[in-house]
Design a protein around this ligand. Structure first.
Ligand SMILES: Cc1ncc(COP(=O)(O)O)c(C=O)c1O
Length: 465
């Protein structure tokens, strides 16, 4: 286990909160003797709850009220302020401990503060962080080579050949869309092959290109008009593919498992038919594996179990590729890379040696067969637990969806009250789609932690009935 840093270093720099607890004093329930009077008062609000949300008079609330006025309000956040993480656990300013089944939205797949990750980060930061894409460095190329090799050996995209490295999921999709447009221009120099197809319920990111492929009025309407040439299809509608993907189509982007959309998996029949149609019309097929990829389904890529015919021309990845350090990548085949010339695309930060050194380590770890077997075993524990919840709360839980450690529990009501009740009992979960509870924990979550989290979830649901 990594040596823990003083837990509230950040908070203590601006104000003297309650004395910092030593790591050994931390337990699942709060160590009340370490807390300020305000924090004690907050905790006494409800003795039944290990982690009642910090109240208006708490150190957390004081910190938020000091900082929030300076932050553009793009998120509605619950009251706890997180200052430290280790494995599947997070601690807040008031030293409350939370079991994290969100992993920073499918990002910290190796858990918080992985010891080797931290060591490499420190070592590379002392060596070279950035020199720009104008020059070679050892790690952009090493990461690209490893991603291609691991993709080929994993049973995914059989003709993966090159990689473009960037900084986030949206940027990876942005690059993929540009690569598809450029391919369309080369395949059909008339300029008529420019349409990009994506699907209802998809989420591809917030930049204008990625947003234009995210046909959800909630995200698009405030920023209309969208980029021209984006067409929406129906996910899993095999019959609709022929009219949707035409000679005008330069690219099709699809999530093999929709994450934000509510943990919905594409059927094999759909992806096979989609790939076949893309080949017929010379369109680039893009699998957005930003959320579902990188070992989360028990193989490196969620599409890894598909027949070769259904393999994509491009895979986009981000999130777990950096375990929290910002990075994205676009894996392409020769059909695509042949069309991209020097100067077509670029990035200042993308591919910097620090991010690539870390991602190199993550690709090694997340493609480890033992880790991936573990994902499938842990998935079974979750699924068994969810089946019991469905049995106990049949009016609430209607369906369990997903694979590996990207799982969704479909509810008949808004899960907000359950999310809050779980948080106040020490469990972090997030939602997706319409009334879906989403589970994307670290891939190294332990069996005991799963059992503990499922028990908290059951108690939280019971408390909201
Ligand atoms: C499938 C998918 N694509 C793209 C993105 C956008 O990634 P980022 O937030 O890193 O820009 C996300 C983020 O949630 C995602 O889940």
């Amino acid at each position: 286990m990594a040596m823990r840093l003083p837990v509230r270093q950040l908070a203590l720099t601006t104000r003297t909160w309650a004395a910092a607890a030593s790591p050994s004093t931390r337990r699942f329930t709060s160590t009340a003797s370490n807390l300020s009077d305000a924090a004690k008062k907050t905790i006494n609000r409800d003795a039944e709850l290990p982690n009642p949300d910090p109240g208006a008079d708490s150190p957390s609330a004081a910190l938020v009220s000091e900082h929030a006025p300076y932050m553009v309000a793009t998120y509605a956040r619950p009251p706890p302020v997180f200052v430290q993480g280790e494995g599947s656990w997070l601690w807040d300013v008031e030293n409350r401990k939370y079991l994290d089944f969100t992993a920073g939205i499918a990002v910290t797949s190796l858990g918080h503060s992985d010891a080797e990750f931290t060591r490499l980060l420190t070592q590379q930061a002392k060596t070279l962080i950035h020199a720009s894409n104008l020059y070679y460095n050892p790690w952009t190329g090493a990461l690209s080579k490893l991603l291609v090799e691991k993709t080929l050996s994993s049973g995914g995209m059989h003709n993966a050949s090159r990689v473009f490295v960037c900084n986030s999921g949206s940027e990876a999709n942005e690059a993929a869309i540009k690569f598809a447009r450029k391919t369309g221009k080369v395949v059909d120099p008339s300029g008529g092959k420019v349409e990009v197809v994506s699907f209802g319920n998809a989420f591809h990111g917030r930049t204008m290109g990625a947003l234009s492929a995210t046909h959800n009025p909630k995200y698009q309407k405030p920023f209309a008009p969208m980029v021209p040439g984006f067409v929406q299809g129906v996910y899993n509608d095999v019959a609709g593919i022929k009219d949707l993907v035409t000679e005008r189509t330069c690219g099709v982007i699809v999530e093999p498992i929709q994450g934000e959309g509510g943990v919905m998996a594409a059927s094999e029949e759909f992806l096979v038919a989609l790939a076949k149609r893309c080949r017929e019309v010379g369109a680039v097929l893009i699998y957005d594996e930003i959320q579902c990829g990188m070992g989360r389904t028990g193989s490196l890529w969620a599409h890894g179990s598909l027949p070769r015919d259904a393999h994509p021309d491009i895979i986009t990845t981000a999130k777990a590729l950096g375990n929290g350090f910002p990075i994205g990548a676009v894996v392409v085949n020769d059909f695509v890379s042949d069309k991209i010339k020097v100067g077509d695309h670029g990035t200042t930060f993308g591919g910097n040696p620090l991010a690539c050194r870390l991602a190199h380590y993550l690709v090694e770890r997340l493609s480890d067969p033992a880790l991936q077997r573990g994902v499938l075993e842990k998935s079974k524990l979750f699924q068994d637990g969810f089946a019991k919840l469905k049995e106990r709360f049949p009016e609430l839980v209607t369906e369990v969806r997903g694979r590996g450690l990207i799982l969704g529990l479909q509810l008949t009501e808004d899960p907000s009250a359950i999310v809050k009740a779980a948080r106040e009992r020490g469990l972090l979960v997030i939602t997706a789609g319409t009334n879906t509870l989403r589970f994307v924990p670290s891939l190294v979550v332990t069996d005991e932690e799963i059992a503990q989290g499922l028990q908290i979830l059951e108690d939280a649901i019971a408390a909201t009935r």
